[in-house]
Design a protein around this ligand. Structure first.
Ligand SMILES: NC(=O)c1ccc[n+]([C@@H]2O[C@H](COP(=O)([O-])OP(=O)(O)OC[C@H]3O[C@@H](n4cnc5c(N)ncnc54)[C@H](O)[C@@H]3O)[C@@H](O)[C@H]2O)c1
Length: 307
């Protein structure tokens, strides 16, 4: 589809990272842009920056894990602009906490934003996009949606997003609906995702703590993300996919190779064998050795000073 001044694009998680870059790219293409995010100040700042560039915007504080708020977002979009053509279900979080022994709230939050938030966005906006004459649905998944190994709750939420995005594409294609669908699966992108804790909802209780192993991994991930792709480059690929009606957006071919290797093993019914090294990260054995050393140090400190 064409992206121009007749089009309205909604972006969730628009106040930072990939979402902000998407909003800026839609603005440059001439679209009217609806910005949705749970964070007040960054949302207002992003809104002001786009308006300063001459983009017609509407900013609405929205928690995508709450259906009534996503419905209100759609309602206000229609009231203001009279229609909607693109929805980017992009908001996402990476939660702290041990996946197997820690609090279940980590899973609830991750699934609430990353899965339910995307599903609410799809179901709520689809009829409006149809009534507006057609358009495009963009869901931000991750390479964690194609191959596990990042963090169990995050992997589960992103696998679910990939699955429902593909299902939606197939349904709309079979029904010959004028609505395209794209699934965005990045590797490392330079954003604030490692600092997701900033949005931990107080209604879920105390922020779960991370153990030393998770802290070490998180530091490596933080560095990989700091050295990752610019969000603007991902946004460019997404806009190209919308214009060319392409489903998959894979900004990181090196990650994709690993995913294909995994599927070869699946095809041969072989047991999982995670790659020794993921792009941007030290070898798995190096991280494991760092964790063992840190745990031994912790144990020695407790032994010498049990108080
Ligand atoms: N950065 C990466 O390396 C990477 C890789 C793969 C996929 N992704 C995905 O990209 C998407 C965007 O994340 P990002 O990397 O730009 O991170 P980011 O933290 O910079 O941006 C995420 C935005 O979502 C908002 N948000 C969080 N919870 C929300 C909620 N409940 N409702 C509405 N908004 C909410 C945040 O306030 C923030 O503005 C996420 O779905 C993430 O999982 C990121």
């Amino acid at each position: 589809m064409e992206l121009d001044s007749t089009k309205v694009a909604v972006v969730t998680g628009a106040a930072s990272g990939i979402g902000r870059a998407l909003a800026e790219s839609f603005g440059r293409a001439g679209c009217k842009v609806v910005l949705a995010d749970v964070q007040d100040d960054p949302l207002a700042e992003t809104d002001a920056a786009l308006q300063a560039q001459g983009v017609e915007t509407l900013a609405i504080k929205t928690d995508v894990s709450k259906l009534d708020q996503v419905e209100a977002l759609a309602q206000q979009t229609i009231e203001r602009f009279g229609g909607v053509h693109v929805v980017c279900n992009n908001a996402g979080v990476a939660a702290p906490g041990d996946p197997w022994m820690g609090p279940l709230e980590s899973w609830e939050w991750t699934m609430g934003v990353n899965f339910w938030g995307v599903l609410y966005g799809m179901r709520t906006f689809l009829p409006h996009i149809f009534m507006s004459g057609g358009g495009h649905v963009v869901n931000t998944a991750s390479m964690a949606g194609i191959m596990p190994g990042f963090s169990p709750a995050y992997d589960a939420s992103k696998h679910a997003v990939v699955a429902i995005t593909e299902d939606l594409h197939n349904t709309l294609t079979a029904a010959e609906m004028p609505i395209g669908v794209s699934c965005v699966c990045p590797g490392w992108v330079r954003t604030g995702i490692v600092e997701s804790d900033r949005n931990w909802p107080s209604e879920l209780g105390e922020l779960p703590t991370s153990d030393i192993g998770q802290e070490i991994t998180r530091n490596h991930v933080r560095r990989a993300i700091d050295e990752g792709m610019q969000p603007g480059a991902v946004a460019d690929l997404v806009l190209d996919a919308i214009k060319e009606d392409r489903f998959w957006v894979f900004p990181h071919p090196d990650f994709l190779e690993l995913a294909v290797e995994r599927f070869h093993r699946v095809g041969e019914s072989l047991n999982p064998d995670p790659p020794e090294q993921v792009p941007g990260m030290p070898p798995r054995s190096t991280i494991a050795a760092e964790v063992m050393t840190a745990m031994a140090q912790e144990a020695a400190e407790v032994a010498t000073d049990p108080n």
